[in-house]
Design a protein around this ligand. Sequence first.
Ligand code: GAL
Length: 396
Amino acid sequence: MSLCFGRLLLLFVLFSLASALEKDEVYRRNLLTNGLAMTPPIGWNSWNHFNCLIDEKMIRETADALVQTGLSKLGYKYVNIDDCWAELNRDSKGHLVPRKSTFPSGIKALADYVHSKGLKLGIYSDAGYMTCSKTMPGSLGYEEIDAKTFASWGIDYLKYDNCNNDGSKPTVRYPVMTRALMNAGRQIFFSLCEWGDMHPALWGAKVGNSWRTTNDIADNWESMVSRADMNEVYAELARPGGWNDPDMLEVGNGGMTNDEYITHFSIWAISKAPLLIGCDVRNITKETMEIIGNKEVIAVNQDPLGVQAKKVRMEGDLEIYAGPLSGYKTVVLLVNRSRIESQITANWDDIGLPPHTVVKARDLWRHETLNHTFKDKLMAKMDSHACRMFVLMPIA
Ligand code: GAL
C-alpha cells in the first residue's frame, strides 16, 4: 500500500515538474523556426485608420493602391487585415467564419487576389476567448484548427492579440499558437501583440517574428515619441528573424505635422521596427508618399545587418540615435524634441566611430551627399520636432 502511494507521489512530482518546465520552455527552447523576417516586415495594416470599418472591397483596393503608387516595389508587401473580419460564432466544426456582410467572398478568395498582385495577406486573431473588439472569437483553445484554417486560406502573416484571455501568462498562451503554426504546413509570419506586458523582447524571438513592446500608438507626437522610448530600451534584443515592434505607423493620418511624421518614420526605420503603413493608401497625399516612399530610409530599415540603432546620447530634448549598417556604414539620426530650432552635434565618440575617422555623409531626407567630409563630429540644425538622418561612409 505504502509502496503504491510512494509511486503515486513520485508520479505526481514528476508530472508537476514536467508541466512547470513545459510552461517555462519558452525561455529554453526555440519554438519558431520558420526562417522568416530576416529584415523587418513591411506593408500595411487596417487598424490605425479604419478600426472595425473594413471589408473585402477596401482590402482589394488597398492592394491595388500599393501596386499603383509604387509602394509595393519599394518593399511594402504585407496587406494585413486587423480585428473585426469574422462572424461572432464559429461554424459547427469550430472553424472561424469570415463575416458574411463584409467579406462575402471569403478570405481564400481575397488571399488569391492579393497574391495575384505579388503581395502577401495578413490576418488577425487573439490569444483569448474573444478579440479586443469583442466582435469575433479569439483562438484560445482553437489554436490548431485556426492555424490550419489560416494556412488553407493562404495567409502569410498572423497578428496575435492578447485581449479577453484566461488570465494565464502570454509565455504560456503564445507558444501554443507558435507550435500550431509550425504544424500548419505554411510559412506564416507570427506577430506577437501582447503590448510589452511581460517584456516579450526577452522571449519573443523563440516564439514569434516580432513582438509589440508598447501599448497602442495614437496619432500624436507625445504618443509616438513615448512608444519610441519604450521600444528603444530593448534595442539589443532585436535581430534578423525577430524584431521589436513599437506599433504601426500613423504617417498620413493627419494628427501630426509633416516634420513630426518624418521623425516618426525615421525613428521606426532606424529602430528596425515593422514598417506597417496605417493610413488610407487609396487616397494618399504627395507629402505622405514622400515620407513612406523614401527609398533611402527604407533601405536603412531593411539593411541586411539587422542591428537596431540605439539612442546613444541625450542632451535635454536633443537626441542622437546611431547604429551600424552593412558595408562599414553608420546611420545617425538627430532628433529635436524641443519646442525651438536647435543644433545637435554628434561626436564620433558617441556614435561609435574610431577617433579621426573621415567620413562622407549622405543626407537621407535632402537626398544629397554633402560635398565636404567630416572628421570627429557632425553638426546639424533642425526645427522643433524635426530630425536629420545621415548615413556616414568612412573614407579614411
Ligand atoms: C489592440 C491592438 C491594436 C489592434 C486592436 C484591435 O489590442 O494593440 O493594434 O489590433 O487591438 O482591436
